[in-house]
Design a protein around this ligand. Structure first.
Ligand code: UDP
Length: 322
């Protein structure tokens, strides 16, 4: 197949690109390198083309395409809060360009949506039928509402333009290439532990997340790309739920660090709990995660040990609840 991966120089996109190339697909990566990193796509490989472009502009790519994986967006809270309008227009205008491109090429398109469409969920665990609890004027809305609009637009192109569309809702994912300065919980804690600096726990650390290792997530993405006609939405994530405090304890144990814990205010609208119901992914894609959190975090630590040049993000960049 010939596949366009938007956001292909980012954390998830570059792992997806590696996996598609490894199975013999040709991949065109489109990325503006705003949060992506060309180094993620090394070495150059036959079948890999990199286009440095903004997904909000018309996609002028020649030749046939079988599928588009649309991942282009800032994805970590500090990143999307730093550039709120860019995040919204990337989700809105960028997704429109991708859908029009897929319509022209008669290609299947898979939208990388997010567990953030559930906001601070009142239903637990989250099934795809839950409509969510999002504050449309809160700071996280720039990401959450962009993705919700992207889901609606994708659905409309599927319904009214005959485009073969699919939506996956990706829950917290971690692994090598998650930038230490990206600000997310796993990369922050590992960077802090390796530097023997305090691990920054926002709030009381009882809020929960469910962490999926990147290789598992990529397997799910590829299953969705291959599942022609499957529209979703389908949750992709690891149903093993952990408190933020227990993630910190695990990172300390696996790094052997003697860092202490530092308690900081919780960011505004930070979801209290999050866990995917993945029944649909199992039924429709025959997918479930295989990597234990201990193994996955161990591999991520090994990678970050060789790559922790940059400092973790401090929460001062995040609006904090008063
Ligand atoms: N978090 C934390 N310390 C950090 C980074 C994050 O306590 O240094 C918390 C954050 O408040 C949230 C959870 O960890 O409750 C996951 O945050 P992340 O930014 O990784 O992703 P989110 O699920 O919020 O999009």
């Amino acid at each position: 197949m010939r596949i366009l991966v938007t956001g292909g120089a980012g954390f998830l996109g570059s792992h997806l690109t590696d996996a598609l190339l490894a199975r013999g697909d040709d991949v065109v990566v489109l990325d503006d390198m705003s949060t992506g990193n060309p180094a993620n796509l090394l070495p150059p490989r036959p079948g890999l083309t990199i286009v440095d472009a903004d997904v909000r502009a018309p996609l002028l790519l020649d030749g046939p395409f079988d599928a588009v994986a649309h991942l282009a967006s800032p994805a970590s809270p500090p990143e999307y809060l730093r550039r709120p309008v860019f995040t919204l227009t990337t989700g809105a205008l960028g997704t429109q360009q991708v859908l029009e491109f897929a319509a022209r090429k008669n290609a299947r398109v898979v939208l990388a949506s997010t567990s953030e469409v559930y906001g601070d969920p009142e239903v637990h665990p989250q099934t795809e039928n839950y409509w969510g609890n999002v504050n449309s004027v809160g700071p996280r809305a720039v990401y959450d509402e962009a993705k919700r609009y992207a889901e609606a637009l994708t659905t409309a192109f599927g319904d009214s333009q005959g485009v073969d569309t699919g939506i996956v809702r990706i829950f917290n994912t971690y692994g090598p290439r998650l930038r230490p300065e990206d600000g997310r919980v796993v990369s922050n804690f590992i960077a802090q532990a390796l530097a023997e600096r305090p691990l920054t726990i926002y709030g009381d650390g009882t809020q929960t997340r469910s962490l999926c290792y990147v290789d598992d997530l990529v397997r799910g993405l590829i299953a969705m790309i291959d599942a022609r006609g499957e529209r979703g939405p389908i949750n992709l994530g690891n149903p093993v739920e952990m408190s933020v405090r227990s993630i910190a304890d695990l990172v300390l144990r696996l790094t052997g660090s003697s860092s202490r814990l530092e308690w900081l205010p919780l960011p505004t609208d930070d979801p209290v709990r999050r866990r995917p119901d993945i029944t649909r992914a199992a039924e429709r894609l025959d997918w479930q995660p295989r990597t234990s959190v201990v193994n996955g975090i161990g591999r991520t630590i090994a990678w970050q040990r060789g790559n922790h040049r940059t400092a973790p993000i401090r929460p001062a960049t995040i609006p904090l609840a008063s």
